[in-house]
Every structure is written in structure tokens, then in C-alpha cells.
Ligand binder design. Structure first.
Ligand SMILES: C[S@@+](CC[C@H](N)C(=O)[O-])C[C@H]1O[C@@H](n2cnc3c(N)ncnc32)[C@H](O)[C@@H]1O
Length: 261
């Protein structure tokens, strides 16, 4: 398995990797290595082509995606994933679990599995991957270091209303499921963007231009970039892959920060 894990012992081990957003193109060499050499690979992909590509790399790959369908809520699905992963580690297998994007960015079961495996005395490691935010930075041409950048899960943002710095950028994830307090929805809520738009209008003017973004997942695709006024956000069609970018609010006459990095 991966070089970071000190021993190819009889004891099980866990590596959690991410394959990025773009099929095959974003997978790091260390993640590729971990996938190829694992006794078993568990995957949470949601994309058939990505799943097929993984199975070609390691035929002993099992998708855990079905747990979203057999569970009553997302938290229940996450618990079931952790149970499956840990059961294999306890059997003495070198387990690799693969998520799309970065496996530690807005992914509950990856952190939970690592924590539990370590608590039980197994070696467990997370490998970084290319996240949707990394793609957004590149595709929208925005530097999170220029004015600062805040990042929230959209439902959490709407329900907890954290203090935000409007002079810095704001990225909201999972905008399709805002308003799902029961955590039982796996598809887009039609009323989600209406709620989000009104919450954001407490901080930004109605004509502030925001971007609904979806990175390309195939080399033949282009990223989806839709720029709309905040007041018109509810009219945009979104999917599970949509992320909202809210640019910094520029105060009238306030100069842009001059120093380049
Ligand atoms: C559960 S999070 C997983 C994030 C993933 N671990 C990552 O590193 O990007 C799911 C959210 O990621 C964002 N996302 C996933 N795929 C995306 C894509 N192709 N383009 C833009 N954002 C995406 C969306 O906000 C989506 O609701």
C-alpha cells in the first residue's frame, strides 16, 4: 500500500484518497498508487464513468454509493459507510476508500473513519485531492488570498447565519439542498435558492453579481459558469454539483489592494 504506512503488516490499515473532480486527470500519483495496491477499494463516486475507471484500476472495488439509497438520511448513510470501511480494516485488509474531489473537504465519513480506525490502533492516512474549490479558483480566475475567502456549507450558513466579512469572497457548498433540516434529501430542493437569496440579501445588495458554478467532470466538458444578480438567483437551475461564489463587495471609491503576492 502507500509508502507512508510503515508496515505491510497482517493488521489492517486505511488510506482515504480523493480522485479530484475531472475524470482520471485530477488523481494524484499517491492516490493512484494507493488505489492500485489496496486489498479492497471502497468508493463513493456518484458518477458511473468515474466508478468504471476505478474498477479498471483495481477490480476489487466496491461502491458504497448505494448506502445513500438504503439509508433514511445522510447521517445514517455516513454511519453505514464507516461501518463497512472499519469492518474490512478489522478483517486485516489494507483498505483504500476513494471519494471524488478532496476526501476531507465537506466529507463526513472520511474523517469519521480515520478517527475511529486510529482510535482502534490501526494506521490510517488521508491523501489530499483536487477539490471543487480548487477548480473554481482556476476557472473563475479568483485568488482566495487576495481579499480573503470564507467557505460554508449552504444549509449551515442559512440556519446559523454566521457573521460574514463582505469584503472577502464567500463560497457556499451544497446550494441545492439548502433548507433540508431533516438531512433526508439527496436531490435539489426547488425552494433552496429562494431562501439563500433572501439570506444573502441581508448582507449584499440585490444587484450584487454572484456565480453559480459547476466544474467539468469530463475532459470533453466545459465548466458551467452562470453569473446572475443575487435577486435573480432563484431562477437558476442547479444540481448536486453546483457551488455558489459570492465575490467581495467593493465599497464605492475603495481602491483594490495593490500589492501582488
Ligand atoms: C459533499 S461536497 C463534496 C466536495 C468534494 N469533497 C470536493 O473536494 O470538492 C458536495 C459539494 O461539492 C461541490 N461540488 C461537487 N462537485 C462539483 C463540481 N463538479 N463543480 C463545482 N462544485 C462541485 C458542490 O457544492 C456540492 O454540493
Amino acid at each position: 500500500m502507500e509508502a507512508h504506512l510503515s508496515v505491510q503488516s497482517l493488521k489492517g490499515s486505511l488510506v482515504i484518497g480523493g480522485v479530484g473532480i475531472l475524470l482520471a486527470g485530477h488523481c494524484t500519483l499517491e492516490a493512484l498508487n494507493a488505489i492500485k495496491h489496496a486489498d479492497i477499494v471502497f468508493s463513493v463516486m456518484g458518477d458511473e464513468l468515474m466508478q468504471q475507471w476505478l474498477e479498471d484500476l483495481n477490480p476489487n472495488t466496491e461502491s458504497l454509493q448505494y448506502l445513500y439509497k438504503t439509508s433514511h438520511s445522510r447521517p445514517e448513510a455516513y454511519r453505514a459507510m464507516v461501518d463497512k470501511i472499519l469492518a474490512a480494516v478489522r478483517q486485516g485488509l489494507h483498505v483504500c476508500v476513494v471519494f471524488y474531489g478532496h476526501p476531507g473537504v465537506f466529507v463526513t465519513p472520511s474523517h469519521a473513519a480515520i478517527k475511529l480506525a486510529r482510535a482502534e490502533g490501526y494506521e490510517a492516512l488521508m491523501l489530499p485531492g483536487v477539490s471543487a474549490e480548487d477548480c473554481l479558483t482556476a476557472d473563475l480566475g479568483v485568488d482566495p488570498g487576495r481579499f480573503g475567502c470564507q467557505s460554508y456549507e449552504a444549509h449551515h450558513f442559512v440556519t446559523t447565519m454566521p457573521a460574514i466579512e463582505t469584503r472577502a469572497a464567500l463560497i457556499l457548498w451544497q446550494i441545492a439542498v439548502v433548507g433540508d433540516a431533516s438531512f433526508t434529501r439527496f436531490d435539489a430542493c426547488p425552494e433552496a435558492l429562494e431562501t439563500l437569496s433572501s439570506v444573502l440579501q441581508a448582507h449584499y445588495p440585490a444587484d450584487h453579481l454572484v456565480t453559480v458554478y459547476a466544474a467539468a467532470t469530463l475532459p470533453t466538458m466545459a465548466p458551467e459558469i452562470e453569473v446572475v444578480k443575487l435577486a435573480d438567483l432563484a431562477g437558476v437551475s442547479v444540481s448536486q454539483a453546483s457551488t455558489l461564489y459570492v465575490p467581495p463587495l467593493r465599497k464605492q471609491g475603495r481602491p483594490e489592494r495593490a500589492e501582488p503576492f
